[in-house]
Write a protein that binds this ligand. Sequence first.
Ligand code: ADP
Ligand code: MG
Length: 628
Amino acid sequence: MTKGNINVSVENIFPLIKKFLYSDHEIFLRELISNATDATLKLKHLTSIGETKSEYGNPQIEIKIDKDAKKLHIIDQGLGMTAEEVEKYINQVAFSGAEEFLDKYKDSAKDSGIIGHFGLGFYSAFMVAEKVEIITKSHKDEPAAHWTCDGSPEFTLETADKTERGTEIILHIAEDSTEFLEEGRISELLLKYNKFMPVPIKFGMKTETLPKPEDAKEEDATPTQEVDNIINNPNPAWTKQPTELEEDDYKNFYRELYPTQFEEPLFNIHLNVDYPFNLTGILYFPKMTNDLNVQKDRIQLYQNQVFVTDNVEGIVPEFLTMLRGVIDSPDIPLNVSRSYLQADGAVKKISSYITRKVADKLKSLFNANREDFEKKWDDIKIVIEYGMLSEEKFFDKADAFALYPSVDGTYYTYEELYNKIKAKQTDKDDKLVILYASDKDTQHSYIEAAKAKGYEVLLLDSPIVSHLIQKLETTKEKISFARVDGDHIDNLIKKDDTTISKLSEEENTKLDELLKAVIPAEKFTVQLEAMDSDASPFIITQPEFMRRMKEMQQTGGGGMFGMGNMPEMYNLVVNTNSELVGEILNTKTKKKQERLINQSLDLARLSQGLLKGEELTNFIKRSYDMIK
Ligand code: ADP
Ligand code: MG
């Protein structure tokens, strides 16, 4: 057996880092500004514990483009490095000075907001630069150092004459990366990654208007002055305590996050935990539409105020990805794949914490002002219903605030609904059934018919409502739901209807044969009913079960039931007491009978939106012929 050490030579690793360390070259700026921020925060910490003679002052980070010389400068007023420290922190790839600092100062520095982690960020500079210089002056009483490296493992280190404390990083931008010498491109990056970083970042100057002096004349030009252009807000709302913030502060912050969004958010949820994990943030409920797909990717994920991603999949439960806002946590491992992330214990805890906070907030809003909550229901129901379907815990909690509105605008909780129909129940063996409509317009005649019979009809019109109903029926088992145009309604009508049939048994049999000869049996199950003579002669209903399954297939979750395409199957209820049916029966010629049946069937289909294409064209043509 032979044992030995694998020989890793820097010459080989360096180009690898350069090429593959980060797939996104643009993040070099985020990394360098993070280091500048760390250097500033470290100094702040040292001044606070009296370990430096340096004055903290009002340090800034400045980004400067020198387009002619093809250089990009990142300048900070942080703690700087001595030559010895440059050797230690820069020349050792994968040695993190940030981690060392946190280790050294442990408890006192744990909330300092230090960003660095892996000791690799600095080298991302070589993804865009052919040469990098560091000119740095430590807060300690030692000469400044000047480090230069052209991307080969060789470097030079000499003394420099810099006198102010801090570090300047100079990137000699490579030929293939000149986009990073464009002001517009750098602005874009600063806004994307650094908008809420904790140290002010200066990029160029801007013109500010000043108030006109008292004695100024109308025609006098407004006075202006040139000021530093600070691109970030170092104290974003989510870093503050909820008690420090007013409703308006939350709204303003929303505007800061989404400057192009005109609609105000409906409400917000302030997240704030530090045990067993650290997480802060503000989530907003925007107005939702019924489209489940277009609204994702709006929550931004930060780590210590540095933007990381707007893809929070795996971290936030799926139903909440429809919300907007910010989550900031140093505890989310981001250097791992998404699938691993979902299995990570800490991430699971974060996800269930967020779910719980959202449920608690909804409950308290509901309790505090139910009327207002009802007004917002339409705009938020999709998230809540989706959450009830996908998260067991949320389903349980949502019982307290999930609403089921009637077509006339009365809102019930599940419990209220149950009590209401329970009170009406006459036979205690009867199933408790509530009728609902999914569309007020297309189901108008059914809604009216049910209301005329004294039934309450709910309006449940989200795209996922058939899934939700299924879940309510199978887990709570107290109420069954039946759509107004479903087959349950026939039973309800039949049950209540005491109307006596006008037809004799013989006539009934004859009618049944007539209808079945004309109406295709594979599409319609014909039922003869003696109803009020005013009720429609032909009524089409669809079996509740079949329709629901079909809808569930369309809105996803199909695999769960493993069904192929469901056949189109309808019930045709024929009112034997209607005048028209009497006429069908008494018409002498077969041909005319057939025509009457087909025309009536088409009218019934038309009222259900089932008549389309060629059949519709033929129907219209036939109808014109009839009235000619
Ligand atoms: P990390 O930030 O994860 O520690 P980096 O590769 O980004 O790793 O940086 C390595 C180390 O170099 C830092 O930890 C820090 O000690 C030092 N460093 C980098 N940039 C600066 C700077 N602008 N001012 C002071 N020290 C710096
Ligand atoms: Mg770093």
